[in-house]
Design a protein around this ligand. Structure first.
Ligand SMILES: [Zn+2]
Length: 464
């Protein structure tokens, strides 16, 4: 039995991990590499393994860096079943359609830019490929052991990261040495007490662990500080007469923000008549999926529903769906909140809002999510004085705040606690982290665990 990472090894996106055992090839996640657009385009073009040779695909959650390459995998010959939770399946359709749309837009943009060059840039899949791919999806309930093959079982457990997210547990009788083995892939691991969703499953036993390490060496501000800090940011911007621009992932972060802002309005912590705009058709679509999965919510939010209130529909909130409505936001006078995607500011409507608002010192850009290296969002986090949007330079005069406690990823303490609770660990393999994060995490594991800690390298197999 061996495992090989073909993405998200020494980097944070493009999760693809191939387990080979008993003559079967089991792929866990098939994500798109994200980051600088040209580099991302080149990396996503080819698979380093034969998609037609993969037997089955297990998907941890619906984020594009874990799912965005699936239609491409199918297009290149993968014919097996794709297993995931029911909510992940519901979320994958809008997420993958949006990914196809962004690729189409990017291809058009680059074709215009490169019209005199021999390079031609095509989307790696389109909407029809996505529809076709969805036919191979099969949902499985949480915490239920399911037989994939003789001697190979899979169980999805709550990962507490986003709606539908799971850690994938494989119980395997390895025919090579006759031993029973358990491997758990965490997918992205969440945090206890995140708004909306349940806490991560309490994993107690595993031989092997493939674990994310996005924040392997960093600590977040406590979750409890997130909402009051958001209130302070909103109030001081409103006082200046400015706008609060929030680049946000359409999936989960936007719903968490709406929920938190709704709570602040109810508690009169922020002006109750402040207009809020969700300028992302994808976010609007995904919020509808959230409304259909009340069974996955934690107690606080269920309480709100029981009181007949919809946490995702404060009356001040407007969804701007058409391009016209979105453009009209440029002419909106006075304070407001604009939540728009993409989260890392590399694509979508957010770039227009940044362009129009970043030079005015009255405004605030509130960063609430992870920003990968080489993205526009990362430049803002790193305190850039000037940024380039649509080939033009803009001076960053607006206040830039980073609200770290909104992170949906476990931080270093959460990761350590998670590992310490697991008995029987022999090998811990670190993926989904920038080298500085993963390497420091691997060193720290040695101080409290007898298991071997390994930072996964791209395409380098580890024997289990
Ligand atoms: Zn994720």
């Amino acid at each position: 039995m061996k495992i090989t990472s073909y993405g998200a090894a020494l980097e944070v996106t493009g999760s693809q991990h191939l387990l080979e055992v008993n003559g079967k090839k089991i792929l866990m996640d098939c994500g798109l590499f994200q980051g600088h657009r040209k580099l991302a385009f080149e990396k996503n073009q080819h698979f380093a393994y034969d998609p037609a040779s993969v037997d089955v695909l297990l998907v941890s959650h619906a984020h594009i860096d874990h799912t965005g390459n699936i239609p491409h995998l199918v297009k290149e010959g993968f014919k097996g079943v794709i297993y995931c939770t029911e909510a992940t399946k519901s979320l994958c359709l809008p997420m993958l359609l949006d990914s196809a749309y962004i690729q189409e837009q990017d291809a058009k943009y680059f074709s215009r830019k490169l019209k005199n060059s021999a390079l031609s840039i095509e989307p790696i899949y389109d909407a029809a490929d996505v529809e076709h791919t969805l036919e191979q999806f099969h949902e499985l309930p949480y915490d239920t052991k399911y037989k994939l093959y003789d001697g190979i079982y899979v169980t999805f457990h709550e990962a507490g990261h986003v709606l539908g997210s799971s850690m994938i547990a494989l119980d395997i009788l390895d025919q090579e040495d006759g031993k029973q083995k358990r491997l758990v892939f965490t997918g992205d691991l969440g945090r206890d007490r995140l708004p909306i969703i349940n806490d991560p499953y309490d994993l107690q036993m595993s031989d092997y662990l493939l674990i994310e390490s996005t924040y392997g060496n960093r600590k977040h501000a406590p979750i409890e500080e997130g909402v009051p800090e958001l209130a302070r940011v909103i109030n001081r911007t409103v006082k200046r007469g400015g706008k609060i621009i929030i680049p946000s992932f359409a999936f989960e972060r936007t719903q968490e923000l709406i929920y938190s802002i709704h709570l602040l309005i109810d508690q009169k912590e922020i002006p109750t008549n402040l207009p809020i705009f969700i300028d992302s058709p994808l976010a609007t679509h995904l919020t509808d999926v959230f409304k259909q999965h009340i069974e996955l919510y934690d107690e606080d939010i269920r309480e709100n529903f029981r009181l007949g209130q919809n946490p995702f529909d404060p009356r001040q909130l407007k969804h701007t769906n058409s391009v016209e409505e979105s453009k009209n936001l440029n002419f909106f006078i006075g304070p407001c909140i604009i939540i728009s995607s993409s989260g890392m500011c590399e694509a979508g409507r957010i770039r227009h809002h940044l362009k129009n608002n970043i030079e005015d010192p009255k405004n605030t850009i509130a960063i609430v999510g992870y920003m990968a290296e080489n993205t526009l969002g990362r430049k803002l986090v790193d305190g850039a004085e000037f940024i380039k949007i649509f080939d033009q330079m803009y001076k960053v005069n607006a206040e830039v705040v980073i609200l770290e406690s909104f992170s949906a990823h476990a931080d270093k303490d959460d990761l350590d606690e998670f590992i310490k609770r697991i008995k029987g660990l022999k090998k811990i393999m670190l993926v989904h982290g920038e080298p500085t994060q993963s390497e420091a995490f691997a060193e720290r594991i040695k101080t409290y665990s007898d298991a071997e800690s390994i930072v996964m390298e791209p395409e380098k197999s580890v024997k289990l």
